[in-house]
Design a protein around this ligand. Sequence first.
Ligand SMILES: [Zn+2]
Ligand SMILES: [Zn+2]
Length: 163
Amino acid sequence: MDDVEFTGGCQCGAIRYVLSQRPSNVHVCHCRMCQKAVGGPFAVICPVLKPAFRLTRGNLSFFMSSGVGRRGFCSACGTPLTFDYPDGDDIGVLVGTLDDPNQAPPENQYGNESRVSWYPSLTNVPGDHPTYADDPEMRLRISSTNRQHPDHDTYIWPPAECR
Ligand SMILES: [Zn+2]
Ligand SMILES: [Zn+2]
């Protein structure tokens, strides 16, 4: 295992995980299944060997998207978190669930048969607006009632004395 620890979790914090290995072959997947599974134009999948993926809080729920692949998600908040083949050696976590998605830049792309036509122009779409920069009241309403789990562990289970 690498001397790294990447942490992440779902939006509500019911599920938290740690990766004890740097993901390899981080990839954008444009396939239609990934589009549906993440509710976005593509998924960014960060594979690690299964022993390097450890849940530190909660349990994944699964949808078998085919007879061979499954999608792990949080049943409390709906955040998609993983993709894996139960018989396979690795598990892919979705980059947006990492506490720091900058840690895992993509190196490869798959599923190009379903790639949205506007993908190549995505970075040229006009607009460079921070969230609700033009609406401080709305920004305050959101930040003062924010139920999203912070981008760091708030506790590790089991406690140190029980490990
Ligand atoms: Zn959740
Ligand atoms: Zn895919």
